[in-house]
Ligand binder design. Structure first.
Ligand code: ADP
Ligand code: MG
Length: 245
């Protein structure tokens, strides 16, 4: 589904050129759940921007679903994004003054979907992440974990084949992080391909494969031997919270 062939990415700011990706090659098959790891500045966000069709590589080839998107212009890239990709960010990126339901509706407004269907689908997406009761509330009235779940609902409404998540648990406590990972694991079971950037080894252990980056190079690529199920962790936390152990 995703073929990254020899990605090179150079940022030119004035006279200074920064090479963020220095020849990166890998493939991701449909239905995978992949973690991208590596220290700050190693090129993770640069890679996610290219994989998410927000940017193009300076050199190299990006094949997405048999389509060469390496040299597409902004309009064509935007179409591919709307069709295929959902985004989740560390800072949620919700609009604070409108309801959660309205936030989830936004991608469908851009896609030109009629109001009734929009509301129905937004509500269904909120149900999927367990927030149907919070639809009328604003993001400022809910917790960080709940905000991230609204952001996931928003990423889901156009039925994307791929979800790109850059540090989605970075601002969350353990419990909320596990709830987010439980939703991702469930979506992955339903066939959604997920690519997730994380600093945390425990979070990476919830995926199926880890790609590690350093200084713009892919330095490690290995399967996760024993995938941690977020549901198991949440059950354990519940037992601990109720004082049963
Ligand atoms: P990571 O997400 O792993 O922290 P990034 O992809 O954000 O790494 O950055 C990789 C390198 O590219 C860093 O040296 C960073 O300073 C540089 N960089 C990232 N974005 C830009 C940009 N828009 N302009 C110039 N340099 C950038
Ligand atoms: Mg980053």
């Amino acid at each position: 589904m995703i073929k990254a062939n020899n990605f090179l990415k150079v940022y030119q700011t004035g006279k200074i050129a920064v090479t963020a990706l220095k020849g990166v090659t890998f493939h991701i098959t449909a239905g995978s759940f992949v973690a991208i790891m590596g220290p700050s500045g190693s090129g993770k966000s640069t890679l996610m921007n290219i994989l998410g069709c927000l940017d193009t590589p300076t050199e190299g080839q990006y094949i997405l679903d048999d389509l060469d998107v390496s040299h597409m212009g902004e309009n064509d890239l935007a179409k591919i994004r709307n069709l295929k990709i959902g985004f989740v960010f560390q800072t949620f990126n919700l609009l604070p003054r409108i309801s959660c339901l309205r936030n989830v509706e936004l991608p469908m407004i851009y896609a030109g979907i009629a109001e009734k269907e929009r509301k129905n689908r937004a509500f269904e997406a909120l149900e999927k992440v367990g927030l149907a009761n919070w639809a009328a509330h604003r993001p400022t009235e809910i917790s960080g974990g709940q905000r991230q779940r609204v952001a996931i609902a928003r990423a889901l409404v156009n039925n994307p084949a791929i979800i790109m998540a850059d540090e989605p648990t970075g601002n969350l406590d353990t419990h909320s992080g596990e709830e987010v990972m439980a939703i991702f694991q469930e979506l992955n079971q339903q066939g959604v391909t997920i690519v997730l950037v994380t600093h945390e080894p425990e979070i990476a252990q919830h995926t199926q494969r880890i790609l590690k980056f350093r200084d713009g190079h892919l330095t490690e690529d290995h399967p996760v031997k024993e995938q941690i199920l977020a549901r198991d962790i949440l059950d354990g936390l519940l037992v601990a919270e109720e004082g049963l152990i």
